[in-house]
Each structure stands twice: as C-alpha cells, then as structure tokens.
Design a protein around this ligand. Sequence first.
Ligand code: SAH
Length: 282
Amino acid sequence: MKILGTISIVGIGPGSMEHVTERARRAIQSSDTVIGLNTYVKLMAGLLDDQEVLQTGMTEEVSRAQKAVEMAKEGRVVAVVSSGDAGVYGMAGLIYEVLVEQGWQVGDNPSVEVIPGISAIHSCAALLGAPIMHDACTISLSDHLTPWDVIAKRVEAAAMADFVIAFYNPKSGRRTRQIEEAQRILLKYRAPDTPVGLVKSAFRERQQVTQTTLAQMLDHDIGMLTTVIVGNSTTYYHGDLMITPRGYERKYDLDAATQTLRPSERLRPEHEPWALSGEGNQ
Ligand code: SAH
C-alpha cells in the first residue's frame, strides 16, 4: 500500500494570532510535525500540543524544505510555517523546487497545499493608512540569491513607472548599502518629500511605525524586520496617515452630497477623456 503524506505550506501572517487564518490554524493543529524558523514556531506555540517540532535557523531553508519532503514521503502530515504569505519570498516555491528536482509530479505522494497568509505589504500598509491603493509592487533588496544588477534594474523600472513599492529584506547587519542605492535610484524619479513608511515587526510585540520621506528615510532605524513602503508621485500624508489616491477625484466631488454625474453617466467615454478610447488618446 502506498503511504500518503502531506505538506501544508502555511502562511501565518505578520505575527499575531488574530491574523492567522482559520485554515492555517487547522493545518498546524492537525499536523504530526511542524517545521519552521524558530521565531515563527514560537509565535504559533499556542496552537501546538503533541506535534513534533523541528526548528531551524536562518539560511537553513533548503534543509528545512528537504526535511519536510522526506518526512511527508514517509507518510507524515507536515506543516511548514512561513511568515506572512508562504508564497512571497517564503517556503512555498522552495518546497516545490525540491520536489520537482526529485521527479515529483502533481498528484504524486506527498500532496501539497499552500495556505495563503497576510503578506507584509498588506499588514504594513494597513498600519500606515492606505498607501497601496494604486498599482504597487514588492522588491526584495536581498542580494544573497539574486544578482544586484537584476534588483537595481527592477528598482529603476518600478521608480520610472511610478509604482508604489514595498521593499522586503531592506537591510541587515551586513547588508547596508542596498537600501542606500535604492534610495539613490528612486530620487532620480521621485520628489525628495515622497512619503515613505517604515514598519518594523508589524503586529508583533516590538511593532514600530515610522512616517518619513524619501530624502530622510535613512535617518531612521531600518532592519531585517522592517518593510519599507515608498509612495508614488500622488501619495500624501494626512497627519500620520499615508494615503495613495485611487483617482476618484477625477470624476467625483468627495465633498458633495450629490454628484454632478448621475450613475448612468459615470462610465461614458466623454467623462473619461484619459481612457484608452477617450478623446485624450485619439
Ligand atoms: N513571506 C513573508 C516575507 C518574508 S521575507 C511575507 O509574505 O510577508 C522577510 C521580510 O519580510 C522582512 O525582511 C521584512 O521586510 C518583511 N516582513 C515580514 N514580516 C514582517 C512584519 N511582521 N513586519 C514588517 N515586515 C515584515
């Protein structure tokens, strides 16, 4: 008889129990073995009873993934915990890569489930206000696995295209120049007073939220647990809140009780001269 194991790759969200989804909870509670970075296993301690726990340190992701695959192949129910969303610079891709390397096909043993979690871009944005209301992207500034040239090109393209940018892995004890270089590139395209939010340890004990600007961001503490959110050319501060407009003001009067355009008129081409088929683009 075939022994069937499973791997649940669980995104646990930013760090507080309230932000762990029901599905993630169940996957952790119903597992035989929980594998993850010490910090994340500790954060989930309240959900554990008699599960076997394998904690490993940073830079041990590959052995963690191999261990998860090996144990699941033996028939165990394994939960791999990852911070935020496991598919965003997390364990999901790596586990699939290890499986693919071993010749695994979809439908083979073990079965794999990726359980989505709230990624740092979303938890940090919520603490800052509404900075990612418009087109945004994530860029990891870690060049441990990605050549710096590739990262710099993406920063430049995102800056040029006016994306709101969430920088993951912005800085560590050893890697300090990357964020300086990113700032230099951004300043070629964005104003020095562009709002920048720094969120450290969102929804964890040592949470710290800092509102600053592109010119001044490096005067503040940025570390391994910080996500840096850089606004686009329209992002503004209202007190401490970072807000990126969606574009409603182009068509609506947000202060009026009744709108000049009636609902039936609102999507008409003559009221959207900026659209692809609008007058502005003919
Ligand atoms: N899978 C994670 C990202 C892992 S990469 C996710 O989806 O969120 C690690 C980086 O994520 C950190 O350097 C930091 O930039 C960001 N990060 C993760 N958790 C965070 C939190 N609670 N607060 C702020 N940033 C966080």
